[in-house]
Write a protein that binds this ligand. Structure first.
Ligand SMILES: Cc1cc2nc3c(=O)[nH]c(=O)nc-3n(C[C@H](O)[C@H](O)[C@H](O)COP(=O)(O)O)c2cc1C
Length: 410
């Protein structure tokens, strides 16, 4: 290049030093729609649209300049969203709405629209700038998620109903005896289950089970266990055919029930599930409770003086090892005594300082209710757990199953 031949091209610059044509190119290249309207003209028409707007809406600039942008609205546009924009335009403020708009070909899309007034140096609004983003994909994904969540919740609620239906409705009738239970899943579905039923004229079966984990996976196993432990003489593990007379059934001793369950529900490393259980047979004539406790928290025995004793027997949970050799124990209940079986959710509550409710808390609450009916006493325990945890929900299912012998038997 010769001296004197330098180009004399002048590039206009904005106040910030950005070349104006760069701004134009940037606006044109933006993926979002960018629109400018002029409120000094009748009906605030569009005076600029970029190619992003053309791409999103399918309308050419030539077709829309001079029109108010409401032409994008259609039959299913929410009038409330349009009213928000109208207010913002009248009040000359910013607004952002998601509004259903229609493309030139008639198909609809969700438009995330931001409108901002542009002021001159006297503060007067000379234009509005609108930014349009097509957020249909995100809205569709949100809607699909909402529907899937609603479907899952309905399924869970239906399953929870089935699970609740497996609980005993009323306790067995036995003069001088009281039976009561409470059952509180921490999610819709629980891994806990319990039951209390008549086995024969003098004996009543009771069990409480806590499947490892909680929620739907634990609930599936607990439902299978509830079925297996139904007192149906011809089919249940709770009865054993007599060796001499197979049509006659004897009541299976609790430790054998636990061993059979251990065989039927062996540990499966795909699910990692096992369960703790107390299953016992109460003889209402002799007031003896013969039971097996498999990896379960200790039983609590409340005597007539208000003392609560922990009765502990450390054994494997069911389904954890292949030959656990369970042993059973017998408790003789005296008049006025009560026995409480519970799952560890009943001792796992924490207060605001992080202290645990523990067995002591449960023992105290159990003793406190000793002058009340067994039903009211269990309500008292649940209330005390709730108060201890400051009304927060527990992280585990809570189940209580109690029996009591009246002070004066008829
Ligand atoms: C700059 C600008 C861009 C706009 N872009 C859209 C748009 O993309 N989609 C839409 O439904 N409305 C848009 N509007 C809103 C409508 O033009 C109109 O203001 C709104 O429907 C409320 O007024 P109306 O009740 O008189 O229709 C825009 C408005 C302005 C000022």
């Amino acid at each position: 290049m010769e001296y004197g031949e330098e180009t004399t091209e002048v590039t206009c610059e904005t106040r910030e030093g950005v070349p104006l044509d760069l701004k134009d190119r940037a606006l044109a290249a933006a993926a979002e729609g960018i629109t400018i309207s002029d409120p000094s003209l009748p009906d605030n028409p569009l005076i600029y649209v970029n190619s992003g707007f053309e791409r999103i809406t399918g309308y050419s600039a030539a077709a829309v300049l001079g029109k108010n942008c409401r032409f994008l609205q259609g039959p299913d546009t929410d009038p409330e969203a349009a009213a928000i924009i109208q207010r913002a335009v009248i009040e000359e403020t910013e607004c952002t709405v998601e509004i259903l708009n229609y493309r030139r070909d008639g198909s609809s899309f969700w438009n995330r629209l931001s409108i901002t007034p542009v002021r001159n140096r006297h503060g007067h609004v000379t234009h509005f700038i609108g930014v349009q983003s097509d957020v249909t994909a995100r809205r569709d994904a949100e809607e699909a998620l909402r529907l899937a969540n609603a479907r899952m919740r309905n399924n869970l609620l239906a399953a929870a109903k089935v699970q609740q239906a497996m609980l005993p409705r009323t306790g067995p009738e036995a003069p001088g005896w009281e039976f009561a239970w409470r059952y509180q899943p921490c999610d819709e579905l629980a891994g806990d289950t319990l039951n209390c039923f008549r086995l024969d004229e003098t004996r009543i079966g009771l069990y409480i089970i806590d499947v490892s984990g909680h929620g739907a996976a634990a609930a599936l196993l607990s439902a299978a266990l509830s079925r297996t432990l139904l007192p149906l003489p011809g089919q249940s593990v709770l009865y054993t055919p007599s060796p001499t007379e197979p049509s006659r059934r004897t009541i299976t001793p609790p430790q054998i029930v636990a061993e059979r369950l251990n065989q039927q529900f062996p540990f499966d490393d795909r699910t990692g599930q096992f369960f703790t259980m107390v299953y016992g047979v109460l003889n209402t004539e002799t007031a003896t409770f013969n039971y097996v406790s498999a990896g379960h928290p200790p039983l609590l025995l409340l005597d007539e003086t208000g003392d609560v004793r922990e009765i502990r027997r450390d054994q494997f949970p069911v389904g954890l090892v292949s030959e656990p050799h369970f042993v059973s124990d017998t408790i003789e209940l005296k008049a006025g005594e009560r026995l409480l079986l519970y799952t560890d959710g009943a001792t796992d509550a924490y207060d605001e300082q992080g202290r645990q409710y523990e067995t002591e808390g449960l023992q105290q609450a159990f003793a406190t209710g000793r002058y009340e009916t067994l039903e009211a006493a269990l309500d008292g325990i649940i209330e005390s757990l709730k108060q201890f945890g400051g009304g927060t929900t527990t992280k585990d299912d809570i189940s209580l199953l109690a029996l009591g012998l009246a002070e004066h038997r008829a």
